[in-house]
Write a protein that binds this ligand. Structure first.
Ligand SMILES: [Fe+2]
Length: 162
């Protein structure tokens, strides 16, 4: 499937929840931009964009099942759900494994392995920080301690006026 086709499928999956849809579209846009600015190869860029689109796939289930979208439950449930979601996408087994890993770790900020993982975390942070009005100090801390890509640091600094 193309990125657009996967986005359309994720919109259908989101069942009219405009908050969820707006969030993943924004995370995807930032991830795509940072990935391109960092010069990712096309395969890594493709996986990154699919992970950005699907990273919060477990949010509706977690709200219903646990009453919250706590990071650890969401990661564990999402890692499984995304495999089913992508089963008709034409992705290879190893591509699905990587997307599942990324969805399953997107709230884990220790031992970030791989540029796709790093950029997903940066893009999700930008979307969450603006949605939830994080303080300047929080953004500065993220740029100093968690953000690693040059493009990601630049964009976070520009978006939040650091
Ligand atoms: Fe997110």
């Amino acid at each position: 499937m193309t990125i657009a086709q996967i986005m359309e499928k994720m919109i259908a999956f989101s069942d009219g929840n405009t908050g969820d849809i707006d969030h993943f579209v924004r995370v995807w846009a930032y991830a795509r931009m940072i990935g391109e600015l960092e010069g990712l190869d096309s395969q890594t860029q493709y996986i990154l964009e699919i992970a950005a689109i699907t990273h919060d796939i477990a949010c509706p289930l977690c709200r219903e099942k646990y009453g919250n979208v706590n990071g650890k439950y969401q990661e564990a449930e999402g890692a499984v759900m995304v495999r089913d979601f992508l089963s008709d996408s034409g992705l290879s087994g190893s591509q699905i494994d990587r997307v599942s890993y990324l969805v399953g770790h997107h709230h884990t900020l220790t031992d970030i392995s791989g540029i796709d993982y790093q950029i997903l975390v940066e893009a999700d942070y930008i979307a969450n920080a603006s949605e939830n009005h994080y303080s300047k100090g929080n953004c500065e801390n993220f740029v100093q301690r968690i953000a690693k890509t040059r493009a990601g640091k630049r964009i976070i600094s520009q978006v939040f006026g650091l």
